[in-house]
Design a protein around this ligand. Structure first.
Ligand SMILES: [Zn+2]
Length: 390
């Protein structure tokens, strides 16, 4: 239902509720109708004129807080918060809490809403105090309380606290998404440790991330970087190859690291086999480029035929650019100049295009963000595939 539709339904609900609360004889109903609050008609007028905010204000003024109108007030408070009118939401929720006959369950329910209001207003200390107060004993709203606390600590970047509460939430109400989120919290701590050059701490945090979510690509990349810095190339290779099973969409990011690691140890045998296997299952411009580069070391003609065949099956601008690059190095004079101009033009075109896109909300940009700057989801921003991407 649209927000507008919801307003209309609420308005009608109010009137019906108000009338039901004053049931009686026809005569007495006519008498009561005369007592319909002026604010109601004022609100109706605003509603008919499309003035939603004014309509709701009048609506709230006409509605005294009692057991019959409790749910309507609660819904209205939430509507105000969603519209960004936080102070109005706070006023409504506080007026509900001030009711002398409010039950303990309803008190906790309203406190939860009030905590959300405080969070939306940026009053994080007040929200935290309120939530910890409700959480001090087990209630029917445990999941909602923990979820809000994790949101709050995530927003504050208080990763230790977010992890502590996140584990409680995960143990009582486990979800895949929550596990993925927890893993990223550990990765945040690992990256903080790396900035302080505390590599042992970082290593442990990445391991904890893998423990909570075995498919955490970010942790595998982080661990690989630590292995590479310690010249543990075999461990780095093992970790980087695991990304293919965790989420093959991230392969374009790890292939250059994998190539560098393989060069340091066994030569190129395992590397070539891995690339060929992955190409069959998940073709991408980076994979094709890496294989072309590898074949070109021994046989440029074969490499050129390979890339042409691959471009037919999996056309990308990156692949086309690679082909032009190969041909310009083999040509000379005027041909080489022309191919160089073409190469530069493609370079300008591709460099202005985003390289990563959030699978959740569609946000796109050059950088790889582990948390989407737009929808705040974790691990949903990935390399773009298709003609202009991979
Ligand atoms: Zn997003």
């Amino acid at each position: 239902m649209t927000e507008w539709g919801l307003f209309v339904v609420l308005f009608v609900a109010l009137f019906i509720g108000w009338m039901l609360g004053r049931r009686g004889t026809k005569e007495s109903q006519q008498e009561e109708l005369k007592k319909v609050p002026n604010d109601y008609f004022r609100g109706l007028n605003h509603l008919l004129n499309g003035q939603q905010s004014e309509a709701i204000d009048a609506f709230v003024d006409s509605l005294e807080v009692n057991a019959d109108t409790f749910d309507i007030h609660l819904t209205l408070g939430n509507l105000f918060r969603k519209k960004g009118e936080i102070q109005k939401a706070i006023n409504i929720h506080q007026s509900l809490l001030a009711r002398p006959d409010i039950s303990p369950r309803d008190t906790r329910l309203v406190q939860l809403e009030l905590a959300s209001d405080f969070m939306s207003a940026g009053l994080l200390d007040r929200a935290e105090r309120l939530l910890l107060n409700i959480a001090s004993r087990k209630t029917e709203f445990q999941k909602e309380i923990f979820t809000l606390l994790v949101d709050l600590y995530e927003f504050e970047q208080s990763w230790d606290k977010a992890i502590r509460i996140g584990h409680q939430l995960q143990s009582d109400f486990p979800t895949r998404k929550q596990a993925q989120r927890l893993a990223h919290f550990y990765c945040e701590l690992a990256e903080e440790a790396i900035k302080k050059e505390q590599f042992t701490v970082a290593f442990q945090k990445y391991k904890s991330a893998i423990d909570v979510d075995v498919d955490c690509v970010r942790a595998s990349i982080g661990l690989s970087n630590i292995y590479l810095s310690q010249k543990r190339y075999r461990d780095a290779i093992k970790e980087l190859k695991s990304v293919a099973n965790q989420d093959h969409e991230f392969l374009p990011i790890v292939i250059p690291m994998l190539r560098d690691s393989y060069i340091k140890v066994w030569g190129s045998g395992g590397y070539l086999k891995f690339l060929q296997e992955q190409l069959k299952m998940h073709p991408s411009a980076t994979l094709i480029r890496a294989l072309t580069e590898h074949y070109a070391q021994d046989d440029k003609e074969f490499a050129e035929q390979f890339i042409i065949t691959q471009l037919r099956a999996h056309p990308t601008i990156k692949g086309f650019q690679e082909l032009i690059d190969m041909q310009r190095t083999e040509s000379d004079g005027h041909d080489q100049e022309n191919l160089s101009v073409l190469y530069e033009l493609i370079e300008q075109l591709t460099s202005s295009k985003p390289k990563h896109r959030c699978r959740q909300c569609g946000f796109s940009g050059h950088q790889l963000h582990w948390q989407c700057p737009s929808c705040k989801s974790w691990g949903t921003v990935k390399p773009i595939h298709g003609l202009e991407g991979e």
